[in-house]
Write a protein that binds this ligand. Structure first.
Ligand code: GDP
Length: 363
């Protein structure tokens, strides 16, 4: 599962990507199109449940869940017709599972705005329009073939045709596909199209350093828009976060407390991006390692085991599970077991956020 950072040029994407991934690979320049090749980075997802577990189980190492982030070059008006870097980055967006869209809410006369003024809603609209146009093209390119196959009796193709027609109507009403509920079979039939406006979105409002709480009217508008389209918003000052990310402790904590923050806003972005990807965490906890593992919401126990290793999914027998509350009540796994609180779950079990697991499997 991966998320792609998108946004107009000069909104702070690379600054944010660098701070999030601490990679210096992505260039950050006050220059449109500086990020030509998509850059990938790994972001750890901070989770205070890990330290609550390691309070009782002391491991050699503690490993948070990770997510993959792709820095996708700035979209401009006309991208769907090949303007800017055009189709090249649209194809990168097609491959990601969720979109993190950075919108510029900060004023800075030294940083050029591509359309001349800071207007996050218009920026959101520009990008949404390009992605909608690209989706319309994708659907158009697929329709004739699907219709031909449907006419010759292909059931799957019939589902595709029906889905394409519904999508076209929705897009013609200027609505992104993420607000369209298709029957599951139809959604599955067109899942390989990588329709971009169907992907979940997280908006990151890049604010001025004197408005870290996001009280600015521009940010409020972004929040209202996000709420109406089922997306979330995180406020961040990318420039400041980049500075915080470079500091070592205790300077880092000191700077955060001077700014009135309890943690870097980057942590919130990582957690929200994780949630936007539809992921939750389960834990494995032993003396060697305490670790958070990402698993899609609704996944079964064997699928969760498969995140660790595909052999674990194939050879899955059962899983022993306890909760963090149990650990905090009974203080050790042994006591939990003795109190009869260790649950045994089988193949059909749907994983719950925060389960602490021991998988038993055949190899
Ligand atoms: P990208 O084109 O969206 O990747 O934007 P960059 O990350 O390269 O940023 C463009 C310019 O804006 C750089 O000069 C950054 O230093 C500056 N910038 C980024 N974030 C902020 C911010 O929060 N405040 C201010 N004032 N400048 C920023």
């Amino acid at each position: 599962m991966e998320a792609g950072i998108v946004g107009l040029p000069n909104v702070g994407k690379s600054t944010l990507f660098n701070a999030l991934t601490c990679s210096r690979a992505a260039q950050s320049e006050n220059y449109p199109f500086c990020t030509i090749e998509p850059n990938e980075g790994i972001v750890s997802v901070p989770d205070d449940r890990l330290s609550r577990i390691t309070h009782y189980i002391t491991p050699q190492k503690t490993i948070p869940a990770m997510l993959k982030l792709v820095d996708i070059a700035g979209i401009v008006k006309g991208a769907s017709e090949g303007q800017g870097l055009g189709n090249k980055f649209l194809s990168h967006i097609r491959q990601v599972d969720a979109i993190v869209q950075v919108v510029r809410c900060f004023e800075d006369p030294d940083v050029t705005h591509v359309s001349g003024s800071v207007d996050p809603l218009s920026d959101i609209d520009t990008i949404e329009t390009e992605l909608m146009l690209a989706d319309i093209q994708t659907l158009e390119n697929s329709l004739a073939k699907a219709q031909r196959s449907a006419r010759s009796g292909d059931k799957e193709a019939k589902l595709r045709v029906s889905a394409i027609e519904k999508c076209n109507e929705h897009l013609a009403n200027d609505q992104p596909l993420r607000t369209l509920k298709l029957p599951e079979a139809e959604a599955d039939a067109i899942s390989s199209y990588g329709l971009m406006t169907a992907k979940p979105v997280l908006y990151v409002a890049n604010v001025d350093e004197n408005d870290l709480q996001g009280d600015d009217p521009l940010v409020r508008k972004v929040r209202e828009y996000a709420e109406s389209s089922g997306a979330s918003v995180v406020c961040v000052c990318a420039k400041l976060e980049a500075e915080i990310a470079e500091l070592e402790e205790p300077d880092r904590s000191e700077m955060l407390s001077d700014l009135g923050l309890t943690e870097p806003a980057l942590n919130q972005i990582a957690r929200e991006a994780y949630r936007t990807l539809g992921l939750q965490s389960y834990f494995t906890a032993g003396e060697k390692e305490v670790r958070a593992w990402p698993v899609p919401i609704g996944a079964t126990a064997p699928q969760a085991a498969g995140v660790i290793h595909s052999d674990f999914e194939r050879g899955f027998i059962r899983v022993e599970i306890y909760s963090l509350d149990d650990l905090e009540n009974y203080k050790s796994e042994k006591e939990i077991r003795q109190a009869g609180k260790l649950r045994i779950e089988g193949k059909a079990y749907i994983m719950q956020d925060g389960d602490i697991c021991h998988f038993l499997f055949n190899v």
